[in-house]
Design a protein around this ligand. Structure first.
Ligand SMILES: Cc1ncc(COP(=O)(O)O)c(C=O)c1O
Length: 381
């Protein structure tokens, strides 16, 4: 069977994990810092913090930016629920803003309208999502955020290695910390880097980094100079309510090993995208497709089609397991209780009825991809 995404575990990955399993440190060992430093270097930011998963990364970011009960935060409905949920963990209010039907990302003009139509200070922050691997134009979003004094958490779970081109013609890598206070990544198996579960927070802000480092470990102060008391060499000090959101040392070793191949995987994803694009160019059943982009990290390859539901069933019969990304989050029963309903986000809702994510992962073979394409073409002819 051909899934829409699949991890790629090599003998080097296995050896790296086994080495840690045979060592002194299963957790809080040396591989965590090595993974953080290597990831920060890859992304081009100053600080990176490894955490237990992408959801924990979002929660810690929301805590560090001090979302309080009732605070309004803007995000996209076309994402995984965790993006919105981090606001709710802190008691904040999620305000969905519709997508741009061409990019599937938050539509900056609609965000602007939302901000302009409310008194200043109504909103605290924005969480854009680099959906499918396509980078948001964070330079534009930053300008808007500065005008309205908002923070930005970039949900870059889909976009390690992705970038947008800024107004100076420079590549700006997702999560590099130049435009958003914080960015978050996930190392769930279908992502670019698989660590079983795992996540990373990146930033250029030392104060946020220090705060999140403490919150990641129960709110225990990591800096001896900032402890209020000192009872002896055994003494540790919990200064605020934190969590255990640490990544283990063996997961970090796996992430570190995967990171050495991340560029190769990204190149392969781009090759696969080019082949799909070519196969579907000018096909009348295609209702929407984001044309090939060099800065796209292609976590997902999404097209919009007629008869989407029947196509999914047809492909399953052929052992091809496509997926739908995403059910608009505002239509989840949990969010409906806050008044969200059909017709609130027309572009996201239309997209939802037509979108399908096709198999996209570095080890997808040419013949497997060919089989997927042939079956789609057969279905429509
Ligand atoms: C856009 C997005 N945000 C957040 C998450 C949450 O990450 P995790 O599954 O590692 O908790 C995911 C994972 O699926 C995601 O795709």
């Amino acid at each position: 069977m051909i899934p829409y995404g699949r991890q790629n575990i090599t003998q080097e990955d296995i050896d790296a994990v086994v080495k840690v399993l045979k060592s002194e440190w299963l957790t809080q060992g040396p591989n965590i810092k090595k993974f953080e430093d290597a990831f920060a270097n890859y992304i081009g930011c100053k600080y990176a913090l490894a955490v237990s998963n992408g959801t924990a990364a979002l929660h810690l970011s929301a805590l560090a930016l001090e979302i309080k009960p009732g605070d309004k935060v803007i995000t996209t409905p076309i994402t995984f629920s965790a993006t919105a949920n981090c606001v709710r963990y802190c008691g904040g209010e999620v305000v969905f803003s519709d997508i741009n039907p061409d990019t599937y990302l938050l539509d900056i003009n609609k965000v602007k309208q939302l901000l302009e139509s409310s008194p200043n200070g109504t909103y605290k922050g924005i969480i854009p999502v680099d959906f499918a691997g396509k980078a948001n134009d964070l330079e534009e979003l930053r300008k808007l955020a500065d005008e309205y004094k908002l923070w930005i958490i970039e949900d870059a779970c889909h976009s390690p290695g992705g970038f947008f081109i800024d107004s100076y013609g420079q590549e700006q890598k997702c999560g590099n910390g130049k435009f958003a206070e914080l960015a978050i990544f996930s190392f769930h198996p279908v992502k670019h880097i698989a660590a079983g579960e795992g996540g990373m927070i990146t930033t250029n802000d030392k104060a946020l980094y220090d705060r999140i480092r403490n919150l990641r470990t129960h709110g225990i102060q990591q800096d001896p100079a900032l402890k209020q008391f000192n009872h002896g060499v055994w003494y540790y000090e919990m200064q605020e309510l934190g969590y255990n959101y640490r990544l283990t040392d063996f997961q970090s070793a796996l992430g570190l090993s995967q990171l050495t191949r991340v560029n190769k995987g990204l190149q392969r994803r781009k090759e696969i995208a080019k082949i799909y694009n070519k196969a579907f160019a000018d096909k009348s059943f295609i209702k929407g497709q984001s044309g090939f982009m060099e800065g796209h990290a292609y976590h997902l390859y999404v097209i919009e089609v007629d008869n989407r539901d029947d196509l999914i069933i047809y492909l399953r019969e052929k052992e091809i397991f496509s997926q739908v990304h995403y059910i608009p989050v505002h239509l989840m029963p949990y969010y409906r209780q806050f008044g969200w309903k059909e017709t609130d986000m027309p572009d996201a809702e239309k997209y939802y009825t037509q979108c399908i994510s096709l198999p996209m992962f570095p080890t997808l073979t040419d013949s497997e991809q060919d089989y997927v394409i042939k079956n789609i073409l057969t279905f429509y002819t």
